[in-house]
Write a protein that binds this ligand. Structure first.
Ligand code: B3K
Ligand code: ZN
Length: 874
């Protein structure tokens, strides 16, 4: 496979202004007729051939302006169709046959539980019909679906239904018309035996919109939260961005087999059932919040992505970074804003930093790719969102909103670039953002080394910042970035933020300084007392910032920092310092000693009266093994696991009564609601229970069992079950697991959780269990949710067992990748990720991991897997 380069971009030779599709649905032989209204692109020269993408299509007929083409007038290949000579303006009619039931890649038209559905982003439409499958070709669509009336009573597509009727042979049809020009990646159809839940929304200009969520009958009771979230998201986008919905109908469909979370097809969002269905007894608080976030995300795409779309796939972050930023702000406004930021950053620093430091590192706007399906990454999405957040902070919200208005107005109905977006921000703010654009082109996580010194005599605080971005594949040299650093100086006497004066200018007590050079010195004057600096507040830039904090400094910030995010981060940093010592002790075989400062810091937290219980729960949570690993020069999975366990147990021993009190104080029998206060209390209670269970004493076991048996809601049940199953006692683990598995055997989403809980337990027999569970009737390699729940959870979250020294964990993963490479290349390529991080481990493990990558490379590979494996072994 050959890479595609951004620098090769040219407008298409011909554009499609209108697309008329007719589907005669059949599992093995669906017929697709397409009539395309084509015209030469004004910027391209006359006389060019017409090139259409097409994969796995059996061509049955082709005609231009009603004249069938002779065999010498066009060329067919594996990847498309070329018509050698075409007029300036013309109609192209094609008919193809496809087999949805053979489609295990879940791209294009496929079947899930007997229903038909589509996934076209990024390049799935070419598996449906011959088409210029690129986002800068935008057409209005009319879609007629023909299917068996009894088994496919529901026939859906984009836009509004305009006609329906009966057909001979017990068949029926529905025609849909989508008036908004769109690229084909936003096309969708759904056909099946589905039920709907309906609601209404009145837009800000008074238009009535019908909202429908379509599910299989047994899921009718699980749509309330998604519907409520949708209405909140619609209202939020009107209030916050002035964006109104633009069709009379908005539909969401839940499907069980789906590669990603969901898809923003115009007017017809298709969702992985895991990203839309909830019920207090089947979904945790985290799942409720995830559903709310994804429903909002897909809805927000209607403007940031659909009305204004990407010129080419290199611009993917144009829609994804902006839309993630929008959904993050929505969730922050709806729930606890500080906790949302802590969760997002915590995830980002663990997973995106690792991606940015590994062999698949790429810029937020890549300049080449082999398979675009491999670029739906944390870098494109989450780092892209961090860049938009920085932009918003740089120009200020009101200006950002004006820039957003300008962007939507100027580019409505068009396919544009990241420059167009940033250009609007620059235009409304008058700021020169050319240096800022480096954030889009330069891969890797910038590292900042900071040093500070207080001069008592002059009352000056000198802060020196030095930045450096490590080399990444294909980018050896890096330039200095424009890095906004929000900070405060916290007085060591007063415990308060001091007022900041820089270069004679008073900045208030919380300010942003701009690092633009490799090294810069900032001298704050009139600093009335010796401060501890609180740097990178709110994670104001996606960087690693090092400052030589002493443990007392961190304990001080943990107590006094006015910025909630940095208060939390001080606790994380303090715990990391202690963990460092313990990891070293474990490696050197010396006795582990707990740092009393961490114990005292936790004691302080437990004694405080929390203004925000959700934040407190975060503060009491130790850094994850994955995040600890991120901080180590060489990852020692066993030492990290042992050190973290030791800290947990030491805290539990020292603070048992406090945890018990916290647990009791946050129990409640009120009926479940996914509301911030309840969620906060549950997290606090469950954090406390985790510490208590670190002791595995009778009382803790009893509390966990009780909580499990009480069966109040899935958050509590799942947490208790996880503690029981992850304990060292099979006699308490097994019965609970069995009871849960039997109770929920009928519910695939709960069975996913059942799989994950057991394959993440630390006991050494778990690998055999993974293999055994792959034969379980509820498991299927063809279902991405199952693959993620069992294989993904094992390889991604069970670090001690995946990295077993005999290499069996790696071998298992490679076996699955090899099989999935044939079935579902997109999922296969994603699954390899843990193996691509081999540089981070000791030599023995490196050799084992590389050996498995080489074993995969020896297979006949899909472009997806090929690209990832080649990069990993480069
Ligand atoms: N835009 C989709 C991505 C689907 C791509 C799959 N290859 C989901 C989202 O970001 O909203
Ligand atoms: Zn998206």
């Amino acid at each position: 496979p050959q890479p595609i380069h951004l620098s090769d971009y040219r407008p298409p030779a011909y554009r499609v202004t209108r697309t008329e599709l007719t589907f005669a649905l059949d599992p093995a032989a669906t017929r697709v007729k397409a009539r395309l209204h084509l015209e030469r692109h004004p910027e391209r020269e006359p006389g060019l051939p017409l090139e259409l993408d097409g994969e796995q299509l059996a061509l049955k007929a082709i005609a231009i302006d009603g004249q069938p083409l002779g065999a010498d007038e066009y060329t067919l290949t594996d990847s498309g169709l070329t018509v050698h000579r075409v007029p300036e303006t013309f109609l192209l009619d094609t008919e193809v046959e496809i087999a949805p039931k053979e489609n295990t890649a879940l791209e294009g038209l496929y079947q899930s539980n007997g229903m038909y559905c589509t996934q076209c982003e990024a390049e799935g439409f070419r598996r449906i019909t011959f088409y210029p499958d690129r986002p800068d070709v935008m057409a209005t669509f009319s879609t007629t679906l023909i299917g068996d009336a009894a088994s496919l009573p529901v026939l859906l597509s984009n836009g509004n239904p305009v006609e329906r009727g009966e057909l001979p042979g017990d068949r029926h049809f529905v025609t849909w018309e989508d008036p908004h020009p769109k690229p084909c990646y936003l096309f969708a159809l759904v056909a099946g035996d589905l039920q709907k839940v309906e609601d209404r929304f009145t837009t800000m200009s008074g238009r009535e919109v019908a909202l429908q969520i379509w599910v299989e009958e047994e899921n009718l009771g699980k749509t309330d939260h998604a519907m409520a979230s949708l209405k909140r998201a619609m209202a939020w986008d009107e209030r916050t961005y002035g964006r109104e919905y633009d069709l009379d109908l908005f539909m969401i469909v839940a499907v069980n087999d789906f590669n990603m979370g969901a898809m923003e097809n115009k007017g017809l969002n298709i969702f992985n059932s895991a990203a839309v269905l909830t019920h207090p007894h089947t979904a945790t608080d985290a799942a409720f919040q995830r559903v709310e976030g994804i429903v909002a995300h897909e809805y927000f795409h209607n403007w940031s992505g659909n009305r204004v779309t990407c010129r080419d796939w290199f611009q993917l972050s144009l829609k994804e970074g902006f839309t993630v930023f929008r959904d993050q702000c929505f969730s922050a406004d709806t729930n606890s804003a500080p906790v949302k930021r802590i969760e997002d950053v915590s995830f980002f620093r663990t997973a995106q930093f690792a991606e940015d430091a590994g062999p698949t590192a790429h810029p937020v706007r890549p300049d080449h790719y082999i398979e675009i399906g491999n670029f739906y990454t944390l870098t494109i999405y989450e780092k892209g969102a961090e860049i938009v957040r920085m932009l918003c902070n740089l120009v200020g919200w009101e200006t950002f909103r004006r820039g957003s208005d300008l962007y939507f107005e100027r580019f409505d109905g068009r396919a544009v670039t990241i420059e167009d977006f940033v250009g609007c921000m620059s235009e409304v703010s008058g700021q020169d953002l050319s240096r800022f654009m480096l954030w889009y082109s330069q891969a890797g996580t910038p590292e900042i080394d900071a040093h500070g010194e207080y001069d008592y005599a002059s009352c000056e605080y000198r802060l020196v910042l030095r930045q450096r971005t490590p080399a990444t594949p294909g980018q050896a040299e890096k330039q200095a970035l424009h890095i906004p650093i929000r900070l405060g100086l916290v007085g060591t006497k007063s415990g308060r933020d001091l007022s900041l004066t820089l270069g004679g200018e008073a900045l208030g007590s919380d300010a942003v300084i701009h690092l633009r050079e490799t090294e810069q010195e900032f001298v704050f004057t009139d600093v009335s007392e010796a401060p501890v600096p609180s740097l990178l507040r709110g994670f104001s830039a996606p960087v690693k910032l090092r400052f030589p904090y002493g443990r007392e400094d961190l304990a001080f910030l943990l107590q006094h920092d006015a910025d909630g995010f940095n208060r939390w981060d001080a606790g994380q940093r303090l715990a990391l310092l202690a963990l460092d010592d313990l990891i070293a002790a474990h490696r050197n075989g010396v006795e582990k000693v707990m740092d009393p400062r961490v114990v005292e810091a936790f004691r302080g937290l437990l004694a405080s009266d929390p203004e925000d219980k959700a934040v407190l729960a975060e503060m009491l949570t130790l850094p994850s093994e994955a995040y600890i690993a991120e901080q180590q020069p060489l990852v020692d999975v066993d030492a990290i696991h042992a050190a973290r366990d030791f800290v947990e147990q030491s805290l539990a021993v020292a603070l048992r009564d406090d945890f018990l009190r916290l647990y009791e104080a946050n129990r409640s029998d009120v009926p479940y609601a996914p509301e911030p206060e309840q969620i906060a209390a549950r997290s606090l209670k469950n954090v406390a229970l985790s510490y208590l269970m670190a002791l595995e004493d009778e009382q803790a076991i009893e509390l966990s069992r009780e909580q499990f048996a009480a069966d109040h809601n899935m958050t509590d049940v799942r947490h208790a079950l996880t503690l029981l199953v992850h304990s060292s006692r099979d006699d308490i683990a097994d019965p609970a697991l069995k009871a849960f598995g039997e109770k929920w055997a009928h519910d695939p989403l709960v069975m996913d959780q059942w799989f994950s809980i057991q394959v993440t337990r630390p006991q050494p027999d778990v690998l055999e269990r993974v293999k055994f569970l792959m034969g379980h009737p509820a498991f299927s390699l063809k279902n991405p949710n199952k693959v993620r729940a069992l294989i993904g959870a094992f390889a991604g979250q069970n670090r001690v067992n995946f990295h077993r020294l005999d290499g069996e964990g790696y071998r298992l993963l490679a076996d699955v990748v090899i099989e999935l490479n044939r079935l579902n290349p997109e999922i296969a390529a994603r699954l390899i990720t843990p193996l691509t991080r081999w540089q981070r481990f000791d030599e023995t493990r490196q050799a084992l991991m590389k050996g498995e990558l080489e074993r995969i490379r020896a297979e006949e590979l899909s472009p997806n897997v090929y690209e990832v494996v080649e990069k990993a072994l480069a």
